[in-house]
Design a binder for this molecule. Structure first.
Ligand SMILES: O=C1O[C@H](COP(=O)(O)O)[C@@H](O)[C@H](O)[C@H]1O
Length: 248
């Protein structure tokens, strides 16, 4: 587990563009070193903003999209193609515009898929798919919610305390929709790099807690750390509650 390094950007747009550039370079490095790369995508405003910035970056041509595995940190358990699904939104923001290899795009099951509405069975199926991955994730992207949630691990819900499974079904999430699938902290924390994204004034409290809190049950973002690197990426609006020394 690595301590988070804080990076403050002027605003949300600049943060998305700088993080897209960072991601392109990180993917290139991984592909040069290991032949392929793996990235775990996040949903939400910051996650989709990053994907849109990546789609708009001319340097996206530097990525070998055919040698990239894409996974999801969480998914809203809704029918395939539902506009609220993280997969649908990632398609619109980036994936429909780049030559990803369909077999390497590891979509979490939908509620009208082979497991129907059985979210637990869907979580087990995704865990089995994950178990087939031989290398740790290169980067896990995590949008931080205003309550400090990451992926679909919400404060106080059982998912955040899961210690053995890599994927869980989440019920009664405080943010709609109530039923979701999520990677767990042990799955997230096996990644080489974890990037926590928190831009916007509504993320100020959560950004401070992601850095300083000690109990992941209260602040799931505080329990998400990479083995080689953890970054907390914020904009100035989200940096206002950080201790001055941390915010530089
Ligand atoms: O519902 C979700 O929320 C979080 C945070 O989203 P944001 O809009 O507050 O940035 C996101 O990371 C997660 O993937 C998504 O399912």
């Amino acid at each position: 587990m690595t301590a988070p390094r804080l990076l403050v950007h002027r605003d949300q747009r600049l943060m998305a563009e700088a993080t897209a550039a960072r991601l392109i370079t990180t993917i290139q490095d991984a592909q040069a070193t290991r032949g392929s790369a793996s990235v775990v995508l996040t949903g939400g405003r910051n996650g989709n903003g990053l994907l849109a910035a990546l789609a708009a970056a001319p340097a996206r041509e530097a990525v070998d999209w055919s040698r990239l595995d894409l996974w999801w940190g969480d998914e809203r358990f809704l029918p395939a193609g539902d506009p609220d699904r993280n997969h649908t939104q990632a398609g619109q923001a980036l994936l429909d515009a780049v030559p990803v290899e369909p077999g390497r795009v590891h979509v979490m099951p939908a509620s009208d898929g082979p497991y129907g509405e059985d979210a637990e069975a869907a979580a087990e199926a995704y865990a089995a798919e994950l178990a087939g991955a031989t290398d740790p994730f290169d980067v896990v992207l995590l949008g931080v919610g205003p309550d400090g949630h990451v992926a679909s691990l919400f404060p106080g819900l059982p998912g955040v305390s899961e210690r053995s499974a890599t994927v869980v079904a989440v019920r009664e999430a405080p943010k709609p929709p109530p039923t979701r699938l999520s990677l767990t902290l042990p799955a997230i924390n096996a990644a080489r790099q974890v990037w926590l994204l928190a831009a916007g004034a509504d993320k100020a409290k959560a950004a401070a807690a992601a850095l300083a809190a000690t109990d992941p049950v209260e602040t799931p973002a505080a329990g998400a750390r990479g083995t080689d690197r953890t970054l907390l990426l914020v904009d100035q609006a989200a940096a206002v509650e950080l201790p001055p020394a941390a915010a530089g």
